[in-house]
Write a new protein. Structure first.
Length: 239
């Protein structure tokens, strides 16, 4: 999960390089690109996901792309849009895994106008036990209350195999939920606030010293985020 702080007003400038050149180039090098977003509350922040088959394959794919001609040709234009590109989380599936659903059909490069409302929740956790508890006991309660599938990842504990690109130290859990629009999200958020099971989860996390950050995201034209769900997968009943 990569979160870039961009120079004011330069989000579209980065997309004019990223969308037509860097998506296909990275996938050709062996990466899989997923969701790509503009932060609705910070229009100069670009949030995106890319995945790898293994840590060794990650090193090979990154070496291939960043030493290749495509990056060399366009890196100056991309870097000129950025203030900071080091807010990066190295993640792996949870146990049991809660993977994203079927991805939308990505569009052609263009402006960011999609009404889909994507919510990323990032927890910073003090212990491995708390991480395991949140991704097992916490996940079904969060999913039931929100009424949509919840994809979830946890920190990859292995050493960074490509130190040229730094990643954040710490222990994190990330969830991603996708809604048709802001209205569907507002209804889900109200259910979450009223859910006593989730309040117990939130209280335990807070008491243990965990912190969390919510980001409201808007997909770009070429984003490969999961398809929004029209109806809850489970009854959204507080328990």
């Amino acid at each position: 999960m990569r979160r870039y702080a961009l120079r004011p007003g330069h989000f579209d400038d980065l997309q004019r390089v990223f969308q037509p050149w860097f998506i296909a180039g990275q996938e050709h090098a062996g990466m899989r690109l997923g969701g790509q977003f503009r932060d609705r509350n910070d229009p100069d922040r670009f949030v995106w996901f890319r995945g790898f088959a293994s840590m060794d394959q990650r090193r090979e794919a990154l070496e291939s792309f960043y030493s290749g001609p495509l990056w060399q040709a366009h890196r100056d234009a991309a870097n000129a849009t950025m203030i900071d590109s080091d807010d990066v989380l190295l993640l792996r599936p949870t146990e049991p895994d809660h993977r994203p659903g079927v991805s939308v059909a990505t569009g052609q490069p263009g402006p960011t106008v999609d009404p889909t409302w994507v919510v990323a929740l990032v927890w910073s956790l003090p212990t491995a036990d708390l991480e395991a508890w949140l991704t097992t006991a916490g996940h079904p309660i969060l999913q039931r209350a929100l009424g949509v599938p919840v994809a979830m990842w946890r920190t990859e504990p292995a050493e960074n195999t490509f130190p040229r690109l730094p990643v954040r130290d710490g222990r994190f859990v990330v969830s991603l939920t996708v809604f048709r629009d802001g209205e569907q999200w507002s209804m889900a958020a109200a259910r979450l606030d009223d859910d006593p099971g989730w309040r117990r989860i939130a209280d335990r996390l807070s008491d243990a010293g965990a912190t969390s950050k919510v980001s409201h995201l808007q997909p770009t034209a070429t984003s490969g985020h999961p398809v929004p769900t029209a109806a809850p997968p489970h009854p959204a009943v507080a328990g």
